[in-house]
Design a protein around this ligand. Structure first.
Ligand code: CU
Length: 142
């Protein structure tokens, strides 16, 4: 391997591995559920960590392959669980919020194109009056 290639590869690896960060919020361990090619939606899962000393409230979500994205939670009403959009997701100071299967998740709607397993999807969350915090999420089977 040449020195130039080695350097370039290191940069690429650093870009993929480095957690996305803005201000105090960091997205970690992001992945997107692989779905059949005719699917219109899927979900993304990740951890949002707040290293600051103030609560941060996520108010928007987006993804590179989705026409729209929302954060949902599974809420039980009358013995039935259904997904409910969460317009605000607080991340307490010094704490983290985990989006995982069966719980909080980011819903990706109007997939175009439908991402294949092994591909990377850029997912972002945003706090009011701040730029989005984004990360590349790997597409995989649960
Ligand atoms: Cu959902």
């Amino acid at each position: 391997m040449s020195v130039a290639c080695f350097r370039r590869c290191l940069v690429i690896v650093a870009l993929i591995v480095a957690p996305a960060t803005y201000a105090e919020l960091v997205i970690e361990d992001a992945w997107v559920r692989a779905v059949p090619p005719n699917s219109s939606s899927t979900a993304a899962y990740f951890t949002v960590r707040n290293s600051g000393d103030q609560e941060q409230v996520i108010v928007r979500a987006s993804a590179s392959v989705a026409g729209a994205a929302e954060i949902h939670d599974w809420i039980e009403t009358d013995g039935r669980k259904k997904m409910v959009r969460q317009h605000q997701v607080p991340v307490p100071a010094g704490a983290k919020v985990v989006l995982q299967t069966g719980g909080l998740h980011m819903m990706l709607f109007r997939l175009d194109p439908v991402p294949a397993a092994g591909e990377l999807v850029r997912v972002c969350v945003g706090v009011a009056d701040q730029p989005d915090v984004c990360v590349d999420a790997i597409v995989k089977m649960p």
